[in-house]
Design a protein around this ligand. Structure first.
Ligand code: SF4
Length: 344
C-alpha cells in the first residue's frame, strides 16, 4: 500500500485527481497530516466518509512505533523507530538554546563505509522513502508535544545517495502547509558525492550544505572515507567552489578530529591551504569513540589549538558541542546495540 506521506503537495494533488477527487482536498489532507498530525484517516473530519474510505483503501499513514528511547543528562533524546517492515531506524533530538534540532536518517544502513562511523558495520538495506524521513520528525514532535525548529540530515545514510526521496522530504518539511520548517533551518550533509552537489546547487533551496571533509589530504581522507577514491579532494573542492558561485551560500565543512590521525598542526595547515578564500565555516567535531573502532577522540588541548590556528588564519571554525555522549549518540550506535540485543 502506498504511503500518503511520500507525496509532496503538488504530487498529492495529482494523485487525488487520478482517483477522481478535487485537487484542493490535497491541502486539507496536508493540514491533517502535518499540522494536526492525526494518525487515522477517520480523524480527517472535513473529508467525506466516501473519501476517507477511499484513502483507507489505497494509502497507509506510516505511523511509527518507538522501539527504544534513551535520554541523556543534557536532554538529548535518541529514538529507535520501527519502520513497519521489520527494519529499524534512528533519529536524535538535541536541545540547543535556539531550539530543538532533529538529526534524521535517510537510509537503512549505509553504503559509504566511513571508518570512523558507528554505522559502518551495519549493512545497507534500502533507501527510506520521503514519508519515512518526514515521519521521524512527526513522531518526535508527537512524543515531546512540541515543535522542532531545525532538521539536519546527518543520521544514518548518505542523503545524496537517496537524492530524490531526500529532496521530496525537504519540500514537505519546508512547505508552509507541510511541517513549515524554514529552509535555512534545514541542513544536509554529504560525504562528498560530487555529481549530487551540482544537482543540489540547481534546486534553489536555501538549505545549508555540509561536507564531511575530515582531512585535506587524499591519502589520509581515502583511508577514512572510501568515497574519496571515487571523488578525490580536488574534484570535491571544485564542486564546492562551483556550488558557492552558483548559490552564493556558505558551505559548512565537518571535520571530526581523531587523535594522532588528523589533529596535528600540519593537518590544520593543509586545511587552511585548501579552504583559503572560500565562503565557508569549519565545524570541528570531537570524534565519538566507537566499539572496535580504530579512532579515538583528540585531546581537548589539540582540539582548541586546531580551532585557534584556523581562526588565526581567517578560517571561521567552531567546536561542536558534544551532546548525548552518555547515550551512544553517534549515528548507528543505538541501532547497532538493538541488533546485538536481538542476536543475544
Ligand atoms: S558517516 Fe554518514 S556517510 Fe559515512 S558511513 Fe556513516 S552514515 Fe554513511
Amino acid at each position: 500500500m502506498k504511503n500518503i506521506k511520500d507525496y509532496n503537495l503538488e504530487e498529492l494533488k495529482e494523485e487525488l485527481e487520478q482517483i477522481g477527487e478535487k485537487k484542493y482536498r490535497a491541502e486539507q489532507i496536508f493540514k491533517w497530516l502535518y499540522i494536526d498530525k492525526v494518525k487515522e484517516f477517520d480523524e480527517m473530519t472535513n473529508l467525506s466518509l466516501e473519501l476517507r474510505n477511499k484513502l483507507k483503501e489505497n494509502y497507509s499513514m506510516c505511523n511509527y512505533k518507538i522501539l527504544r528511547k534513551q535520554e541523556a543528562s543534557d536532554g538529548t533524546k535518541k529514538y529507535l523507530f520501527d519502520v513497519l517492515d521489520g527494519n529499524a531506524i534512528e533519529s536524535v533530538l538535541m536541545q540547543y538554546h535556539h531550539g530543538k534540532t532533529i538529526c534524521v536518517s535517510s537510509q537503512i544502513g549505509c553504503k559509504m563505509g566511513c571508518k570512523f562511523c558507528a554505522s559502518t558495520g551495519i549493512q545497507f538495506v534500502r533507501n527510506l522513502t520521503a514519508g519515512e524521513i518526514v515521519e521521524q520528525i512527526i513522531a518526535v514532535e508527537q512524543d515531546i508535544n512540541d515543535k522542532i525548529s531545525n532538521v539536519v540530515f546527518m543520521g544514518i545514510g548518505e542523503p545524496f545517495d537517496n537524492y530524490d526521496n531526500v529532496m521530496r522530504a525537504i519540500r514537505i518539511i519546508n512547505h508552509q502547509k507541510g511541517l513549515n520548517i524554514g529552509a535555512r533551518h534545514i541542513s544536509i550533509s554529504t560525504s562528498g558525492l560530487v555529481p549530487r552537489i551540482y544537482d543540489f546547487a540547481n534546486e534553489e533551496l536555501q538549505c545549508t550544505l555540509s561536507i564531511s571533509l575530515h582531512s585535506s589530504n587524499n591519502e589520509k581522507r581515502s583511508s577514512m572515507m572510501p568515497v574519496n577514491n571515487r571523488y578525490p579532494i580536488e574534484e570535491l573542492m571544485q564542486a564546492c567552489k562551483d556550488y558557492i558561485a552558483k548559490t552564493n551560500k556558505r558551505i559548512s565543512f565537518e571535520y571530526a578530529l581523531a587523535k594522532d590521525n588528523n589533529d596535528n598542526l600540519d593537518d590544520a595547515k593543509e586545511l587552511v591551504h585548501l579552504l583559503k578564500g572560500m565562503l565557508c565555516h569549519v565545524n570541528l567535531i570531537p570524534i565519538n569513540k566507537i566499539e572496535n573502532g580504530s579512532y579515538t577522540k583528540s585531546t581537548n588541548e589539540n582540539i582548541i589549538k586546531f580551532r585557534d590556528y584556523l581562526n588565526e588564519k581567517g578560517i571561521v571554525a567552531t567546536i561542536r558541542r558534544e551532546l548525548g555522549s552518555d547515550i551512544d549518540a553517534a549515528c548507528g550506535q543505538l541501532r547497532r546495540k538493538n541488533l546485538k540485543n536481538q542476536e543475544e
